[in-house]
Design a protein around this ligand. Structure first.
Ligand SMILES: *Cc1c(COP(=O)(O)O)cnc(C)c1O
Length: 375
């Protein structure tokens, strides 16, 4: 059996910057300042410069970035937030967490992101915000989302957890709407060796509120004027993220190079490769997902060849057990439901080697679809 090929290689990423990372950790340890110190301050400054945004507030994880953002906008019980059912659970969980109700609208066939043309029909008097996701590293039609939001006086909170560094018409994703949220979970494009998150905004008032919320509702030590959270990025993670931030454009460009190579699989043995609609900017391939009508069979086949693949996501959020109370049923969002049955993520990471990718492609080229005769 040939060697196993993983979906991602966070270990190799760490190896590539090991010396710098270990030195930075030692630095933090020697400093005696482990929470909200110099590293966090510097990281917030540098990441703000990279994204070209006025305010950057780091938090404990991407989910908290969303929760604190919605909270800072004054959204809560009785309010509705419009989002996509085809995303990682945390997107909708953040809405529910603050007592508001997620309202789903279906996705676009090609971008796999919220179909902005469905949003208006979902707006009610209780709608407060739109929470679009830039899924797999590709922008949603963010300009159209913002137009609809403006017309109806709604906030836009971008879930850019999978899209750090991707753009739409020169703007970095996460900086187009009122607030952008990022995750630094180890598998994300920009990542640390644990949990981490970030909120960005150009609105000073919102930034101030989030800074307060992440630190027990306090701006002055031991004086608290609201119930907040304990949601801070650790100094060690900030130090590591400062190192990774310098590499992110390079790493994203390798992903793009890998994606171009995979693109040759389009139309081969029933495989469809990702499409990028013109309105959707650059794709940084957090995940590289192809479509196949016999997805599960293809996954088994890859497994037999010792190649990992992944299903993102098997169940759209409107059909999740926990959201039964929202009253959705099968058939409500046909595009999301169909994509859940056919998408398959192939190995994709800046540290996937040429040889490994070549083997994946060769194995896929040799795939025989069920029911198809040899020719
Ligand atoms: C990862 C992710 C989150 C949550 O981030 P955590 O850091 O794991 O809390 C939210 N939304 C999307 C789309 C994600 O991919």
């Amino acid at each position: 059996m040939e060697e196993h090929i993983s979906l991602i290689h966070v270990d190799r990423q760490f190896q590539s910057i090991k010396r710098e990372v270990l030195a930075s950790i030692e630095n933090v340890l020697n400093s005696g300042q482990y929470i909200l110190g110099k590293e966090v301050e510097q990281f917030e400054l540098e990441v703000g410069q990279y994204l070209n945004t006025a305010y950057s507030v780091s938090v404990a994880n991407g989910t908290d970035a969303l929760v604190l953002s919605l909270k800072a906008l004054g959204i809560g019980k009785g309010d509705e937030v419009i989002t996509t059912p085809f995303t990682f659970f945390a997107t909708a969980e953040a809405i529910s967490r603050i007592g508001a109700k997620p309202v789903f609208v279906d996705i676009d066939q090609d971008s796999l992101n919220i179909d902005a043309s469905y949003i208006e029909a979902a707006i009610t008097s209780r709608t407060k915000a739109i929470l679009p996701v830039h899924l797999f590293g590709l922008s949603c039609d963010i300009n159209k989302v913002c137009q609809v939001a403006k017309k109806h006086n709604l906030f836009v909170v971008e879930d850019a957890c999978q899209a750090f560094g991707a753009t739409n018409h020169e703007l970095k994703l996460g900086t187009v709407g009122d607030i952008g949220c990022y995750s630094f979970f180890p598998t994300k494009n920009l990542s640390s060796i644990g949990d981490g998150g970030l909120v960005v905004t150009n609105n000073e008032e919102i930034a101030r509120k989030i800074k307060k919320l992440r630190h027990h509702g306090s701006t002055r030590k031991y004086y608290h004027d609201e119930i907040g959270y304990n949601s801070r990025l650790d100094e060690i993670h900030a130090a590591i993220l400062r190192i990774c931030l310098k590499k992110i454009d390079l790493w994203n460009s390798v992903r793009i190079k890998r994606a171009k190579k995979y693109q040759s699989l389009d139309g081969i043995n029933g495989m469809k490769t990702p499409k990028i609609p013109a309105s959707n900017g650059s794709h940084i391939y957090h995940l590289y997902c192809i479509e196949h009508d016999h997805r599960d069979d293809l996954m088994d086949y890859l497994k037999q060849h010792n190649i990992a693949s992944g299903i993102y996501y098997p169940i759209p959020l409107h059909l999740q057990e926990v959201y039964k109370n929202l009253g959705y049923k099968k058939g409500d969002f046909p595009v999301s439901e169909q994509k859940a049955d056919v998408l398959l993520a192939l190995p994709m990471h800046p540290f996937l080697s040429d040889e490994e990718q070549d083997r994946v492609i060769k194995v896929l080229q040799a795939y025989k679809e069920p029911g198809k005769d040899d020719d």
